[in-house]
Design a protein around this ligand. Structure first.
Ligand SMILES: [Zn+2]
Length: 168
């Protein structure tokens, strides 16, 4: 099975804040570490699909995630610990969503524009990746339990290619 390789969803690729940093501000949500990576962008900048996926949820939480989109990978991937899983990625703090629930996206397709909605100090998108188990009916649930709300560190899995360059 193919190892997970994520295309960079924002051009250029700049990480403002790494995954897993301890942060007491998340205690009200039930976890203690940064549950994703913060990618730098300016408001209105496009966010591109980092893998082939389906849009599973679009929502808005004014006191937290802001406007957000959830994507579920079409295929399963192999991880460095030997596990295989589908991947769900949520992009948060968006200014605009450019897709709809149920839509299939190819690598590089624009799914949203960045912003600073919800609890955000300045424009960025918080990208939260989770390993998930998909059931026969297409529903799914997270596999990992940890202090970063069930997310994993995407850093080892970037493939070094901008999604916008792969399929402009
Ligand atoms: Zn963040």
């Amino acid at each position: 099975m193919k190892r997970l390789g994520l295309y960079y969803p924002v051009t250029p690729h700049v990480t403002n804040r790494a995954w897993g940093i301890p942060d007491a501000a998340y205690q009200e949500f039930g976890f203690t570490r940064h549950n994703g990576v913060d990618l730098a962008l300016s408001t209105g900048q496009p966010i591109h699909a980092p893998f082939g996926c389906r849009v599973t949820k679009i929502g808005n939480e004014p006191n937290g995630s802001g406007l957000y989109v959830c994507l579920l990978s079409r295929r399963k991937f192999r991880f460095d610990d030997g596990d295989t899983a589908h991947v769900e990625i949520t992009f948060m703090h968006l200014s605009e969503v450019r897709t709809t629930v149920g839509t299939r996206l190819s690598i590089g397709d624009v799914l949203a524009r960045g912003g600073d909605t919800g609890r955000a100090s300045g424009s960025h998108t918080h990208m939260a990746p989770k390993r998930v188990r998909v059931n026969l009916f297409g529903g799914y649930r997270e596999k990992d339990k940890n202090e970063a709300n069930g997310t994993f560190d995407p850093e080892p899995y970037w493939n070094g290619i901008l999604a916008s360059e792969r399929y402009p």
